[in-house]
Structure formats: C-alpha cells, structure tokens
Design a protein around this ligand. Sequence first.
Ligand code: F6R
Length: 364
Amino acid sequence: EKAPYPHFMLKEIHEQPQVIRETLRGRIEGTEIAFPGLKLDPGFLKSLRRLYITACGTAYHAGLIGKMLIERLVRIPVEADIASEFRYRDPLLGPGDLLVVVSQSGETADTLAALREAKAKGATVLAITNVVGSSVAREAHEVLYTWAGPEIAVASTKAYVAQVVLFTLLAVYLARLRESAPPELLRELAAGLPGLSETVQAVLAREEEIAALAGARKGWEHTFFIGRGLDWAVACEGALKLKEISYIHAEAYAAGELKHGTLALVTEGVPVIALATQPALWEKMQSNIREVKARGADVLAVTGAKAAEIVAVADEAICLPPVHPLLAPVVAVVPLQLFAYYAAVARGCDVDRPRNLAKSVTVE
Ligand code: F6R
C-alpha cells in the first residue's frame, strides 16, 4: 500500500533511511564489518588479483560506484560492465576470479546469462540481490542480500541505495582483510555508514525545495548531468531516473569530457545538473561549470555544505549535509531521485508505470 504517498516511487524514496539501517543490520558492529553466512574463503579473497562487476540499468550504476570504491580501497583493478555486453564478448575470467552480479529482482535475463557464463568459465560468482530465492540468488555461489523490501515502482530507488551501501561495506571489508588502505580511513568510513540514514533523512526533509527546482525545469526536453569520479557515476543514475519517468532527454557526462564534442549541445537555458561532492575535484568542477555557464546553461549544483567555489558559479545549489566524500553517493542520489520524480509529476507522467519499461526484464 502506498498511502499516504501518491506513488510507490515517492514512498520508496522515503523508505531509504530505513533501508540503509536494514542493509547494515548484523553486518556492522562499531567499526567492525562482517558478513555472517558468507562462505567465501578469506584466502581466496586475499589472493584476488582483479574483480568483475556486471549488471543492467540502475544496478549497473551501483556497480560503477562499487568499482570506484573497491579500486580506491582494495587497490586491485575492477572492471564494471553492462551484462548484455559482458556476456557476449567472451569475458576474460576463469578460476580464481570473482564476478559480482547486481540485480534488484534477481531475474534480469542478461544478468543471469552473464552469471552462467562466468560459472561455466570456472569463476566464482557473488550476487548482490534484493529477492530471496530469485534465480540469481539460487544460481550464484554466494549471495549478499540488500534488505530493501519489495520495490514496486518501476524506477529503482531504494534498491540502488542499498546496493551502494553494500558495495561500500564490501570495499571496506576487503580492504581490511588485505590491509590495502590506511586503517584510520577504513575506521572513518565504517563509523560513517550508520549515520547515512539520518543524513538521507535530512535531505528528504528538503523535498519541497527540490520539488520547486524540478518544477521550474519541467519544460525542457534536453538536459545534462555532469560530474567527476564518484559524482559521474551518480550523474549516470540521476540522468536515467529523469529519462525513464519524465521522458526528458538527459545525458550523463564525465565533466572533463564535455569539451571533447558535447559543449555545442549546451545552449541558452539548457539545464545542467552538476554533481560536486568531492572536495578534491571542486576546482576542476568549478571550471567545468564555468564552461557550460559561458554557453548559457542553467546550472543546478548538488554539492557539499562548504563548497563555496561551486555555489559561487552555479545558478542554484542544493548543499548536502556534511558526509565523507567516499560515502557521498548514497546521499547525493536522493535529490536526483526527487528531482526526477517531481519533474515527471509536473509533466503529468504515470510515475510508477513509465511507458515501455518492465520492472523485471526477462527478455534479452
Ligand atoms: C531503472 C531500472 C532498471 C533496472 C534494470 C536491472 O530504474 O529499474 O534500469 O535497474 O532493469 O534490473 P534488476 O536490478 O532487477 O536486475
């Protein structure tokens, strides 16, 4: 039942603080991380020389975050790929390799086929899924569940947040095991995880402000989401959310790549959503925002509380509560979900049942 919310999507967006708590439950105690029930041999995890991630759509976007966090903390190469691509290119994995497949439903045909392909090649498969007993859960060697509860809206929101939380736990867990990152950093991240629930709640409390920003931009047919690093991955998800429910064309671009061919599409009044949650990249993002401003873009920044250099150049800014930069994706995606939701509502779209989209894609 969606009441008192008008749509399941909005209800599920609002469930995210709870979903974060559920996904962490039993897996984090103080700053210690454990995955009860996970039987993967620590020796195997210690000896991994690379890792693969594959998924479709929103789950793939969570995988992009997973890739960046694992590479950063575990210091092994991680390849994240779209399942429908991965499975057809005779992937270079075999015994001794680990493939992480991500699927909310656990039934997505391409993801399942990639899983089978990896198993046939002798690799170990770890599934991150939301549905107990789903095909992906049954066929993978190991499963980590996202405890997001049933996701009814076609546009995935809370499952994505749970997937990103799980990847963060996994990255910190592996880094501890392999002693590949400074212990203080890993402690700081582990200590910051439970607080994400309240931080997301604080963003949800600003729903009206975000609704107004989205309503003001509903008339456009074309928009860009830009960011660097983790923010680029979040931009991909923000653009997908907007496209799938509002039918406004949105393109996610790595901010530094705009000048390699795309800038001409940024014309007077085109909305550009600039993600800038990484202090180390603020200066670069500032110049990317200036580039689009010079072409007349209407820039809405999603940035940190102290990002004076970003706020100074953007037309408007949503400043997120303080959060560790490596944990920021979980928080930064929330205003983008609300933005997509309110842009779609303002255009009279059927938010929970967007056209040409199924909740579970069992065709290839
Ligand atoms: C977007 C969306 C889709 C799914 C994709 C994979 O909001 O819902 O992009 O993320 O079809 O589905 P699962 O995660 O069930 O494998």
